[in-house]
Design a protein around this ligand. Structure first.
Ligand SMILES: Cc1cc2nc3c(=O)[nH]c(=O)nc-3n(C[C@H](O)[C@H](O)[C@H](O)COP(=O)(O)O)c2cc1C
Length: 194
């Protein structure tokens, strides 16, 4: 019997149903099929004031984001490429994670993090994926061995919630598998050491 782990997905753009949010949904659906409980915090929910360390988590959205991340066993981040890097909306949400610096598991520590970048071309997709993985390292998370760099001019998402490019769909499902497997191992190891 597997432990139920919680996987939280964060990302998208201010447009509900953006490509990044659709990609995130594919990963979370696959994680759910593997027995995880999932929560998506999409682009519109990330519309928060610019993070200011002097104010902390001053809005309900920021508090909801931080509480979801603090309670997660695994994470998935998805950002569109904006000028070759993480969009301001997603990066601002990640800046708020500074508020978890004194958590029992500070920032993303002890947790696997799947990273997904979506762009209109390969160059932006690849550089944004690398940036998401760098931020994950800075936040003490463990980027999964596979990340996804998606070029939406070559791979579209159907209304049924799958990527029409079967290779991309497979990559997103593999990221889910890696997040869930790593999360289960960490949860089991923590329970064994108590
Ligand atoms: C401000 C801005 C900057 C962008 N910069 C890039 C870029 O550097 N490289 C790229 O491939 N696509 C770039 N794009 C395209 C987005 O990455 C692409 O539209 C997005 O992945 C699709 O998102 P959507 O579903 O929300 O439209 C940019 C889009 C915007 C709005």
């Amino acid at each position: 019997m597997h432990q139920i782990v919680k996987v939280v997905g964060v990302g998208g753009s201010s447009r509900a149903g953006s490509s990044a949010e659709q990609a995130l949904r594919v990963v979370l659906d696959a994680a759910q099929r593997r027995g995880a409980s999932v929560q998506l915090i999409g682009g519109p929910e990330l519309a928060m004031p610019l993070y200011d360390p002097r104010n902390g988590a001053s809005t309900p959205q920021a508090r909801q984001l931080l509480s979801a991340i603090a309670g997660a066993d695994g994470l998935v981040l998805a950002s569109p490429a904006y000028h070759g890097g993480i969009s301001g909306l997603v990066k601002n949400a990640l800046d708020y994670v500074e508020e978890l610096n004194k958590d029992i598991r500070p920032y993303f520590s002890e947790r696997p993090v799947g990273c997904v970048a979506v762009a209109d071309g390969w160059q932006g997709a690849v550089s944004t994926l690398a940036a998401l993985r760098d931020v994950t390292h800075a936040l003490r998370g463990w980027p999964t061995s596979l990340g996804a760099a998606i070029n939406t001019s070559a791979a579209r998402f159907s209304p049924a919630g799958v990527c029409e490019d079967t290779r991309v769909q497979g990559q997103l499902e593999e990221i889910a598998a890696q997040v869930v497997e790593f999360a289960r191992m960490r949860v089991a190891a923590a329970a064994a050491s108590r």
